[in-house]
Design a protein around this ligand. Structure first.
Ligand code: NAX
Length: 334
């Protein structure tokens, strides 16, 4: 008998989710023997009349793909329905930053969404649920969700730094003139924001330290790091819209790693609830180097060293996350 996996996706009519749901349905992530039930959440028609209608269209298109792995599609504006029995919850839906709004305004505006969704996940999800927060600011939204959904163990809640990871791998590969698979052991430390630290000092290219292959340290510090930090803005400046299928790909890669594992001798990047690793205060959602055996759990790679440049960057992104935590502290039940 084939296995069934229920995957909830929020913001399901949005740009990122439109790419995400097709790949989730296709069998690519959970394999040909697993049937997928997609449980898609959007805002009520009273908030945006087009959202549920667009979701209905997406449901018809999913049906028309004829995937042998797609068992059912549920569309709803009720989080209790969307998260009912779900084994994965991909929280993509969030309000975009409005004109003149500061990052702190966005954090508070979106914070309310993640209070309710954290509670609804704890109330409705399957006992083995894994949650990935993509909607920005994703680290702090994840902090809010897990703080309001504490019946679900802290190690199940993740925020997405995999897109940043993939961007960093690709940038190093292009510079070194190799293919992406030659680049390993890259880490995105800290926040999914422009303070993140894409760590090249522990990275490898063709099995050798990346700094021995790319000897131009000035390029690494002054081009690679800021370009990776600002890549999202660069995409918006180029296309006038934010990353969509590359973001969906990051979410797919994150879940796929949890299902199939990370390769021996390599790791990936994920933001998870800190247990105090690398001196980060326990409870903060922080981007770490992570491995998984494919059992659904992330393990932080311990013992990596950072040089003075890296330590300064690490401190900056940690400080930013501590400030974000302060902005939402009334949304975090103790
Ligand atoms: P869109 O505006 O295209 O889609 C967002 C969707 O979320 C909309 O359809 C909206 O109706 C829905 N939504 C809003 N509030 C909701 C709620 N309470 N419940 C359910 N649905 C809700 O944005 P899109 O380009 O798809 O981006 C989605 C989110 O991903 C944004 O927050 C964006 O900032 C974030 N990103 C995060 C990335 C990451 O690496 N962590 C990268 C890409 C992306 O920018």
């Amino acid at each position: 008998m084939s296995k069934v996996v229920r995957v909830a996706v929020t913001g399901a009519a949005g740009r990122v989710s439109s790419s995400l749901i097709v790949r989730l349905a296709s069998g690519e992530v959970f394999g040909p023997e697993t049937k997928v039930i997609l449980q898609l959440l959007e805002v009520p028609a009273s908030v945006n009349p087009a959202a549920l209608k667009n979701l209905e269209g997406a449901m018809y298109e999913l049906q028309d793909c004829g995937f042998s792995t797609l068992k059912d599609v549920v569309i709803t504006d009720d989080p209790n329905v969307a998260f009912n029995g779900c084994n994965y919850a991909l929280l993509v839906g969030a309000a975009p930053r409005g004109p003149g709004e500061q990052r702190s305004d966005l954090i508070r505006k979106n914070g309310a969404i993640f209070v309710g969704q954290g509670q609804a996940i704890a109330k409705n999800a399957a006992s083995d649920v894994r949650i990935l927060v993509v909607g920005n600011p994703c680290n702090t939204n994840c902090l809010i969700a897990y703080s309001n959904g504490r019946d679900v163990p802290a190690d199940r809640w993740h925020a997405m730094t995999r897109l940043d990871h993939n961007r960093a791998v690709s940038a190093l590969a292009i510079k070194a003139g190799v293919t992406n698979d030659a680049v390993t052991c890259v880490t995105i430390w800290g926040n999914h924001s422009n303070t993140q630290y894409p760590d090249f000092t522990n990275a490898k290219i063709g099995g050798r330290p990346a700094t021995e292959v790319i000897t131009d340290r000035a390029w690494l510090e002054n081009t690679f790091v800021p370009n990776t930090q600002e890549r999202g803005k660069f995409i918006i400046d180029t296309t006038k819209v934010s990353s969509s299928f590359s973001a969906a790909n990051g979410a797919i890669d994150h879940v796929k790693s949890l299902v199939t594992g990370t390769p021996a001798g390599d790791w990936t990047s994920a933001a998870i609830v800190s247990k105090g690793e690398y001196g980060v205060p326990a409870g903060l959602v922080f981007g770490y180097p992570c491995t998984t055996s494919g059992d659904g759990n992330w393990n932080v790679v311990e013992g990596l060293k950072l040089d003075a440049f890296g330590e300064a960057k690490f401190k900056k992104t940690l400080d930013e996350l501590l400030k974000e935590q302060e902005v939402v502290k009334d949304l975090l039940p103790s």
